[in-house]
Design a protein around this ligand. Structure first.
Ligand code: ATP
Ligand code: 9VF
Ligand code: MG
Length: 233
């Protein structure tokens, strides 16, 4: 019975929709932010390992052990913030105030697995620099975004090694996002000297909530599942 249901579901998706959940969510989110004046960015997935250190993630920070290193100088990005910092610096005094940009793309972290962690996941990071960078505006944008996706949430205060105080966006016990109201001291190391707000969301966690997956794996880049349906038939 299970097998015939899987076959049916896959056949129905092929007949009617044909869009991959992760791909479709990226396109939906992209339209949401482009429509609200944010510039879509695609930066490299392979980055200098030095960027991670410059984020304050030195050998005594937990995340430093989670980084996939490629060689002496390069690694797979564990987050989008370093290259977004560089974009903000380059666009400063070029684009009109406030500067609003976002990126959606793969990030990599070594994780000792669980239902909410992948080693290969997809991050959305949006940020604004210049005027209007208040906590109220950040919370309002997060609310508009999650209302648009029809996902319930609550915002709680937390802290992390990289930014200090964060606003964590929670769905039950699961963190959907960490959001930050800048400026922070680290900005100096990236040549940034204006207020900013920003937030990082994991797309697979959004899919887990949206589709009620028990495990985040169902919503990930996968050979074992297509749109949450096991492909082993
Ligand atoms: P956690 O504490 O849950 O491991 P984090 O605080 O280390 O997450 P952040 O650095 O704040 O994660 O990253 C921003 C967002 O990216 C998270 O809120 C989450 O939605 C997503 N994310 C981070 N790590 C992973 C992962 N390994 N797998 C899936 N999504 C992730
Ligand atoms: C919040 C999650 C440093 C001015 C380019 C934007 C943010 C996002 C936190 C992410 C991280 N920070 N994974 O910064 O939006 O960097 O830990 Si910016
Ligand atoms: Mg976090």
């Amino acid at each position: 019975m299970l097998v015939s249901r899987r076959k049916n579901d896959l056949q129905q998706m092929y007949a009617e929709d044909r869009e991959d959940y992760l791909g479709k969510l990226e396109r939906t989110i992209t339209k949401f932010f482009v429509d609200r004046g944010f510039l879509e960015i695609k930066t490299p997935i392979i980055i200098p390992a030095e960027y991670v250190e410059r984020m304050g993630i030195n050998s005594d920070v937990e995340l430093s052990k989670q980084v996939f290193r490629i060689d002496k100088n390069l690694c797979l990005r564990p987050m989008l913030a370093p290259t977004l910092y560089n974009c903000l610096r380059k666009f400063d005094n070029v684009l009109p105030d406030p500067i609003k940009i976002f990126e959606i793309g793969p990030c990599y972290r070594k994780e000792s697995d669980g239902k909410e962690h992948l080693e290969e996941f997809t991050m959305l990071n949006f940020c604004q620099m210049g005027s209007g960078c208040t906590r109220e505006n950040l919370e309002a944008l997060i609310k508009e975004f999650l209302d648009f996706l029809e996902i319930d949430f609550e915002i709680v205060g937390d802290s992390c090694m990289v930014y200090g105080d964060t606003l964590d966006v929670m769905h039950g016990d699961m963190e959907l996002s960490s959001a930050v109201v800048g400026p922070v001291p680290m900005d100096r190391d990236w040549g940034i000297d204006k207020p900013w707000i920003g937030a990082g969301f994991g797309l697979e966690r959004l899919l887990k909530v949206k589709h009620g997956f028990k495990n985040i794996r169902r919503g990930s880049r996968s050979e074992s599942y297509y749109n949450g349906i096991p492909t082993k038939i």
